[in-house]
Design a protein around this ligand. Structure first.
Ligand code: NAD
Length: 425
């Protein structure tokens, strides 16, 4: 029984061992032996590593990892690990990639690996004068930033550009300094945050103002991953299918309500690879959605057009702050294995493949939506989940899933009845 009278004020919880924490929470929440054992099973992440990764660690939540096949990116066949709980995501990429494979697959590029950190300056009566004073110090700023990260400098990265903007806010004008730093194979948040914190007191001193926030921007528009692909009309079911897909895109381009779902589908693919490689899904997601709104109205991250030959041409451009080192990429054994499967040599190569996956995912979604509807494919995959939820095991899962699909009713109540019939027969 859950002890409803417990207090969430647990002093020194973080100082307890993992086992002590599990025992305490299990008692408070009334977990049974199976549930306790589940909390203590940290799967493919060593308990010791997990305990150092986050505060108050208990265990792990295991998410399925699948491989997207059929992907050809810049002439190279790539196996793409994807971590996702959603049934149709991996299948959608395999499907879209298969339809583009014979025509050469995806072509990708990258605008660079530069990240932005922002420094907020307030309490300046002459913000435009202050802006000039900061811009004049570009070489001093370079030295201050680069001194923070000798390793990054040795590898060829470091401070690249300076931008200073005056913005109007509810508290009056603010002077916002952007330091633009090439973080190479690191996502770079820690690297640029350190630089921003080091630089802020100098900015305050040079301008007579006061600095507050010093942190990277997730609108990583100096780190854009680009992918494009042409699907031949005959490979995708003909001109009608192509035209239906274009209408789906035009809908998303014009309407934020549709664009939100269109881009959610793109992020189904992108976030799954970002997660599988131990990168920061929230950083990439906030960057993508902010970029989709950059012209003042939220819109599609992809574009779809018809080539001179009548084929369907898709393209995507999206901020992609992912790394091969730093964060969990080098800590989580599964992330390291995923990177080995991908066989990428740089963060830029990883980012480009992820963009291609996003485009493939979008192709599959708008094709399904414009033709059979999303539920057909989705439900036939989801039927396995429903079968398991109803209690099916072993060969029963496939058998029950097929019955649900054949009946066109992928519902838990039907699954329970049908399972009883299977077992009775
Ligand atoms: P990090 O600090 O762990 O590693 C980066 C450092 O590794 C570089 O500064 C450099 O000194 C060194 N390095 C070694 N080899 C390198 C190479 N080949 N290329 C580049 N650098 C190399 O990690 P990070 O990438 O600075 O930070 C990423 C972490 O920050 C993620 O876990 C992210 O979740 C977290 N974070 C994100 C935000 C945000 O998105 N708003 C904010 C704070 C922290």
């Amino acid at each position: 029984m859950n002890n409803a009278n417990y207090s969430s004020r647990i002093s020194g919880f973080h100082k307890k061992s993992v086992d002590e924490r599990i025992a305490l929470i299990a008692d408070m929440a009334g977990l049974n032996d199976t549930e306790r054992a589940l909390m203590g099973n940290s799967g493919n992440l060593d308990q010791e590593i997990g305990n150092h990764m986050i505060e108050n660690f208990l265990g792990t939540m295991t998410i399925p990892v699948g491989i997207a096949t059929n992907m050809k990116v810049d002439g190279r066949d790539v196996l793409v690990p994807m971590a996702t709980e959603e049934s149709s995501v991996v299948a959608a990429v395999c499907n879209a990639a298969r339809q583009s494979y014979d025509n050469g697959g995806f072509i990708t590029s990258m605008s660079g690996t530069r990240m932005i950190a922002q420094i907020q300056l307030v309490q300046v009566s002459d913000p435009y004068h202050a802006r000039m004073a900061i811009l004049e110090r570009k070489e001093d700023i370079r030295l201050i930033c680069d001194a923070c990260d000798p390793m990054l400098i040795k590898l060829g990265g470091g401070f690249r550009e300076l931008e200073v903007r005056v913005i109007d806010t509810l508290s009056g004008p603010m002077v916002i300094t952007h330091i633009i730093v090439d973080t190479l194979d690191a996502m770079g948040a820690n690297a640029v945050n350190t630089m921003a914190e080091k630089l802020a007191p100098f900015i305050a001193q040079w301008t007579g103002g006061r600095t507050y926030l010093r942190i990277l921007s997730n609108l990583a528009d100096h780190r854009l991953a680009r992918a494009r692909c042409v699907w031949r009309s005959e490979d995708i079911g003909g001109a009608d299918v192509r035209d239906g897909m274009l209408l789906a895109y035009h809908f998303a381009e014009a309407d934020p309500y549709r664009a939100a779902t269109h881009n959610k589908g793109i992020m189904n693919g992108i976030s799954a690879v970002v997660l599988a490689t131990g990168n920061d899904t929230r950083a990439v997601e906030s960057g993508a959605h902010a970029y989709a709104s950059r012209h003042g109205r939220y819109t599609s991250l992809t574009r779809w057009e018809v080539t001179n030959e009548g084929h369907l041409a898709g393209s995507i451009e999206v901020p992609m702050a992912v790394g091969l080192i730093g964060g969990a990429t080098k800590l989580h054994p599964m992330a390291k294995t995923a990177l080995k499967i991908l066989n990428v040599q740089s963060a830029s190569e990883l980012a480009r493949i992820i963009a291609a996956v996003g485009l493939a995912q979008n192709f599959a979604a708008i094709k399904a939506l414009a033709t059979t509807g999303i539920q057909k494919g989705h439900m036939s995959l989801h039927s396995h989940n429903i079968a398991m939820m109803a209690g099916a095991v072993g060969h029963e899962v496939d058998q029950l899933a097929q019955i649900l699909v054949a009946k066109g009713m992928v519902r838990l109540d039907i699954a329970e009845k049908e399972l009883a019939l299977i077992r009775g027969s």
